[in-house]
Design a protein around this ligand. Structure first.
Ligand SMILES: [Zn+2]
Length: 247
């Protein structure tokens, strides 16, 4: 077994993608932990799907991953670890809720991520629950962008004790002819005057997540554009963003 001191662990900066020497498979790890009195050194991978993580692998069967191939982002090693909160999204920007909902509802090309995802909003240290919609190219590859809808906890709650008071007073008035109708009127008035009366639960917030800020090179020709062919690719990640509108 290789001595720990000879392993170039520093190269596997956190967060990291490493390669299994034997199979060539890319694996994700979140952080490396040191040996203590009870356990050997290893990698901490939660909450990543452990099938794709370094959990259970020893240092000497892993090596630094090669630079990524230009092109669409890999679902397993580049999208899922970010959706699950094990790797950060390179860019998290606020977006307009209406526009985001419109994109998701009306446009092809935004594929729903099947699980519950988490997003760390700018300026926050804790992740929020989110639903993700992954952007795809016309060819079906992932562009590394995603719409995120983040559930926002509402600070405003209906004053349930007032609702209870109204219901109770209404029941009494209906079932007991001698009950003072003033109780119901008072309960309704109290509810009307509540500062919470018009407040509604918070709407979700919308965010645009990106791994790459694409710098698009459009190599279309006037002739090609006329028949709807727009070949294009990103200078940074190499993804093919060509569009054939066939018109
Ligand atoms: Zn790009």
């Amino acid at each position: 077994m290789t001595e720990l001191s000879t392993i170039p662990v520093q190269k596997f900066t956190i967060p990291q993608v490493v390669r299994h020497k034997e199979t060539g498979e890319l694996l994700i790890t979140v952080s490396r932990y040191n040996a203590n009195a009870h356990y050997g050194a290893g990698y901490r991978c939660s909450p990543i799907d452990t099938r794709y993580s370094t959990r259970g692998y020893s240092d000497d069967v892993l090596e630094a991953a090669p630079p990524r191939n230009p092109g669409p982002f890999d679902y397993k090693t580049e999208i899922v670890p970010r959706a699950q909160g094990a790797l950060p999204w390179e860019f998290v920007e606020p977006a307009k809720l209406a526009q985001t909902l419109s994109d998701i509802a009306a446009c092809a090309g935004w594929a729903a991520y099947s699980g519950i995802a988490s997003v760390i909003k700018p300026g926050e240290s804790r992740a929020s629950w989110a639903r993700l919609f992954l952007h795809t190219t016309q060819g079906g590859g992932y562009t590394g962008q995603a719409h995120a809808l983040v559930w926002e906890n509402s600070p405003f709650r209906k004053p349930t004790h007032l609702i209870d008071a109204v219901v109770q007073a209404a029941i009494q008035v209906v079932h007991d002819p001698k009950a003072p109708a003033g109780d119901l009127a008072a309960a309704v008035l109290a509810m009307e005057q509540s500062p919470h009366r018009d407040q509604e639960p918070a709407m979700p917030t919308a965010w645009l997540l990106s791994i790459c800020k694409h710098e698009i090179v459009d190599s279309s020709t006037p002739q090609g554009r006329q028949r709807g062919w727009h070949p294009a690719h990103c200078l940074k990640c190499g993804i093919n963003l060509s569009v054939d509108s066939s018109d």
